[in-house]
Ligand binder design. Sequence first.
Ligand SMILES: Cc1cc2nc3c(=O)[nH]c(=O)nc-3n(C[C@H](O)[C@H](O)[C@H](O)COP(=O)(O)OP(=O)(O)OC[C@H]3O[C@@H](n4cnc5c(N)ncnc54)[C@H](O)[C@@H]3O)c2cc1C
Length: 380
Amino acid sequence: MDFKLGEEYEMLRQSVRDFAEGVLAAGVVDRDEKEYFDRSIYEKMGELGLTGIPFEEKYGGAGMDYLAYAIAVEELGRVDASAADTLSSHVSLGAWPIWRWGTEEQKMKYLVPLVEGKKLGAFGLTEAGAGSDAVAMTCKAVLDGDSYILNGRKIFITNAEAADTYVVFARTGPKEMRSKAFSAFIVEKGTPGFTFGKFEKKMGLRGTQNCDLVFEDCRIPKENLLGQEGEGFKMSMETLDGGRIGIAAQSVGIAQGAFELALAYAKQRVQFGKPISALQAIQFKLADMALEVKASRLLTYDAAWRKSQGLDFGTDAAMAKLKASETANRAANQAVQIHGGYGYTRDYPAERIMRDAKITEIYEGTSEIQRVVIGNAILR
Ligand SMILES: Cc1cc2nc3c(=O)[nH]c(=O)nc-3n(C[C@H](O)[C@H](O)[C@H](O)COP(=O)(O)OP(=O)(O)OC[C@H]3O[C@@H](n4cnc5c(N)ncnc54)[C@H](O)[C@@H]3O)c2cc1C
C-alpha cells in the first residue's frame, strides 16, 4: 500500500492548480454575483484535457483514471466550486454513461466531442415528483416506428441550456415493472419538441446553470436508446455511484479552500494584541478542519482508486460523498466563524464558499440517502 501519489498525478494537480489560480480565481466573484455560466471556462478545461481525463485515448481522452479525475475536480473546487460542478456533471453524468453503455457508433458520434470538450454534457433524471425516489418518475417514452416519442419534464438539470448532449431517463414500461420500467436516451439539443423551462436562482454554485428540460412529443431516433430498454434505473444508479466520487472530490476542494482562507486570516487578524491564530479556540477549529479534510481526501481517493481498479466502489463512494460533503459544510461554516463579522460580508470569499458548500449535501443523493445506501450495504 503506497499513499504517495505518483509523479503523473502530482503534475496533473499542479497544472489544474495553476489553471484554477491563474484563470478561474480572477472571475469567480463576478460569476457568482452575476449568476453567470461562462462557456469559455469550460472550453479552456477542454483544451487542458480535463474533460477527458478518465477516458481512453481512442475516444480523445487522456487515458488516466478516476483518481486523476478526482484530483482535478478537487483542485477546481478549491478555487471555484462552480467550475468543479460543471466538470463533474459533464464527465461523471453526461459522458460516462455513454462510455459505459453506448454502442461504438454512439461513442464516436456523442462521446468523442464530449471527451474533447467540444460539446458539453448533462444528465436528466430528477423530476418534480421524483427526486430521491427516482422510480416515481413520470416522463414517458413511447416507441413509434423508428423513434421514441418523449413527453415530460426534468428539473434542476446542471449545465442546463448550455449543454449539447443530454442523457435522459424516461418510463418505457408499465408501473408494475417497477425499476425495470425505465430506459435511458441520448437527446441532442435542437431536437424538435425539446425546450428549456424555468431557470433556477440558487443559493450557491451561481457560476453554473440549472433549468428544466421540457419534452413535448419530442421524437428521438430509436438508435439513441442508450443500453437496453428496461435497464435505465440500474444505469442511473450506477452512474450516480461514480458521480458521488466527483462530488466528494469537489467537497474536498471546497473544504481545503475554506481551510486555507481561515488559516491565512487567523494569522493576520490581530485581537487582544496578538493574531487570533495564537488563541487555542481558533487553533482547535483549524486542527479539526485539517483533520477532516485529510480524512475526506483519503476516503475520496480510496473510492476513486477502487473504481479505477474495477472493484466494488458504490458504498465507498457513498461514504466518501457523505463525509466530504459534511466536511465541506463544517469547514465553510468555521471559515466564516474565524473571519468574524467580515466573514458574513461579500468582501471576503468565506460567505460564497459557505453558500457553495450546501449543495454537496443534497445533489447526487442527499446525505440521508447516502446513509440509507451505507446502512443497506452493512446490513446486507
Ligand atoms: C443545484 C442542483 C443541481 C442538480 N443537478 C441535477 C442534475 O444535473 N441532474 C438531475 O437529474 N438532478 C439534479 N439535481 C437534483 C438533485 O439530485 C435532487 O435535488 C436530489 O436528489 C434530492 O431530490 P429532491 O430535491 O426531490 O429532494 P427529496 O427527495 O424530496 O428529499 C427531501 C428530503 O427528504 C429526505 N428523504 C427523501 N427520501 C428519504 C429516505 N428514503 N430516507 C431518508 N430521508 C429521505 C431527503 O434526504 C431530503 O432531506 C440537482 C439539484 C440541485 C439543487
